[in-house]
Design a protein. Sequence first.
Length: 302
Amino acid sequence: MGVPGYHLPVLLHEVIDLLQINPAGTYVDATFGGGGHSRAILEKLGENGRLLVFDQDEDAYRNRIEDDRVTFVQQNFKHLQRFLKLYKAIPVDGILADLGVSSYQFDTAERGFSTRFDGDLDMRMDRRTSLTAADILKSYSEKRLQYLFQEYGEVTNAKTLAQTIVSMRKAHSLRSINEFKAMIQPVVKGNPAKYLAQVFQALRIEVNDELGVLKDLLQQATEVLKPGGRLAIITFHSLEDRLVKNYMKNGYFEPQEDHPFSMETPPKIFKVVTKKPVTAGQDELKNNSRSRSAKLRVAEKL
C-alpha cells in the first residue's frame, strides 16, 4: 500500500511525547503524507482509540493504513470540523499538523513543486482544484504578483520580478519550470537556488491558500478539541510559525497591542506548552535535512 520515497516524519519523538496520548482517545493527523506520525500515534492507541487522518493528495491516499481504528478523509484539513462531525468524532483529544510539503511531492517532477526538475508549473496539492502556478503567473496583475513575492516569499526585489514577469509573459508560454527560470534569470539576485526557492514558496502558498487554510485549521481546532486536549503544529517558514505562535498565545493571528486603559481581557483559549518552538536535535539534522527549518509548537485547550 505504501508509496515509496515519502519523507521521514520530522520531530517524531517530540510530537508523540508532547501529545501525551491517551490510549482510549480520539486523535487527528491533519496532514497524513507518508503516514509516519500516524503510525506512531497508532502504536500508542489501544483498541478503543481512534485516529482520523486528512490528506487531499491522491498519492498520500495510496499510502493509507489498513486498520479499523483509522478513518482516512481525502480532503483538505480546512474541512476538519465538518468531517469530524460527520464521523461523530467530536470532541478530540489531540490534533497534529505537519505543514511541510512532503519530499515525495518535491521529488515528483510533474507536480511542479521543485526547482530541481523541469515539469509543469502546477504546485497543486489537491489536483481536483483548478488554480495552478502557471495561471497565477499568466493572469495576476503586477501589483498582486509583487505582493505575493514580497509577503509569501520575502523576495528582495519583488517589484522588479513582478515587472519582468508582466512585461515578458506575452512572449513566453510559461508552461514549464525551465521556461519560467530562463525568463526570470536576468533578475535573480544572490544565491540562485535560494532565490528560486523563495519564488516557488510564494507561488505554492498562493496556489494552495496555505495561510488561509492554516487559519481555518487553528480556529476549528479550538471548536473540536476537548478541554485538556492538545494541538501540535509543525511549521517550516516564519509566516506559518508567526500565525501559530500568535493564535496559541492569545487567540489572534496578529500580535495584539496592550491597551493600558482597556478593561477587557479576552478569555484565553490555550495554555502554551512549548514556551519556545521545539527544533530538531543533531542526530535528526544529520539524518533528515528536511528537519532543519521545522518548528514544533504545542498548546493545550483550556
